[in-house]
Design a protein around this ligand. Structure first.
Ligand SMILES: *[C@@H]1O[C@H](CO)[C@@H](O)[C@H](O)[C@H]1NC(C)=O
Ligand SMILES: *[C@@H]1O[C@H](CO)[C@@H](O)[C@H](O)[C@H]1NC(C)=O
Length: 284
């Protein structure tokens, strides 16, 4: 495997990646655990991880009056569908997210067997749960609208993520185990602040495109495995985690490369398919 000698980060073997994926699966709330998920309302029988997941699903209020916002979408790949969305967030939305995260940062953890712990070899960052004010709900709405308002699909409560120098996230999938009725269908990796060097989002199993015009969005000067999207304030990388048959795309394995200097703030927007589930609109 290729080595990225510019960063203090060693590429892992497939076995290690599998181990990390397992940890992250648990960390992400163990989606797809056997349970009575069909209605999403049978809380008594659900495990704590499942309850936490369902409680985290939100839908923007129906009568939201969001300001007009334009962004530019570039198709990077069609299978899996990967899109680069320039200007997904406006500058003022990005500033707002930074402001409302300011007093909420907590160390990101991983959890194994229900025990939360920090493991900086897997994930080194801080995270903040953002309040669902109008700006945040308009971002949720934009994310759903972008995907054509898919049925039975909700947004997981939004968290910002702060990566200081040496902060990173080891290679992982966002999909992990899923069921026919419940899964994390898509991911937006949004760059809220990118006053940093390093910190790109690397897809290890996808080739860098040959066209020069992609060099404004992807790393063209650094030799590394796969393709690395540059963190650019306001931009987002969007991808679908599953193919039409409901199989997780292996190609979506990705890493948050170490920040070499400065700070990166990201926003994950995960869309979750939960068949038959209903949430109270706009409830904070
Ligand atoms: C990250 O950097 C900010 C300042 O930019 C600082 O306030 C914060 O404590 C740092 N976090 C960690 C975990 O060192
Ligand atoms: C960006 O980072 C540089 C160096 O780390 C710092 O001096 C500057 O204040 C930062 N700018 C913003 C907008 O945070």
């Amino acid at each position: 495997m290729a080595k990225d000698t510019s960063a203090p980060f060693r590429w892992r073997t497939v076995v290690e990646v599998a181990g990390i994926a397992a940890i992250i699966y648990v960390l992400l709330g163990a989606p797809g655990l056997p349970s009575a998920w069909r209605t999403g309302r049978s809380a008594e029988k659900d495990t704590p991880a499942v309850r936490t997941k369902i409680e985290s699903l939100v839908s923007p209020a129906k009568e939201l009056n969001c300001p007009t916002h334009k962004y530019e979408t570039h198709v990077f790949s069609s299978s899996p569908l990967i899109l680069y969305v320039d200007g997904f967030l406006s500058d003022s939305e990005a500033e707002h997210l930074i402001d409302i995260s300011a007093d909420k940062w907590q160390i990101s953890t991983v959890s194994t067997d229900g025990i939360e712990r920090t493991d900086e070899s897997v994930r080194k960052s801080e995270k903040a749960l953002v309040q669902r004010d109008l700006t945040v709900q308009c971002i949720e709405q934009r994310a759903l609208s972008f995907q054509g308002w898919p049925q039975d699909t909700f947004i997981e409560r939004l968290w910002t993520q702060r990566y200081n120098e040496s902060g990173h996230f080891a290679p992982h999938f966002d999909w992990s185990t899923a069921t026919k009725t419940a899964r994390r269908v898509s991911t937006f990796m949004v760059y809220v602040s990118a006053n940093c060097t390093g910190g790109g989002t690397q897809f290890l199993r996808i080739e860098r495109p040959q066209a020069e015009s992609w060099c404004q969005f992807v790393e063209c000067n650094v030799q590394s495995e796969g393709v690395t999207f540059k963190p650019r304030k306001g931009a987002a990388v969007f991808w679908e985690n599953f193919d039409a048959e409901g199989r997780g795309y292996r190609e979506t394995m990705h890493a948050g490369l170490p920040v070499e200097s400065g700070t990166k703030i990201g926003l994950n927007i995960w869309s979750w398919y939960q068949k038959g589930y209903r949430v109270d609109d706009g409830e904070p």
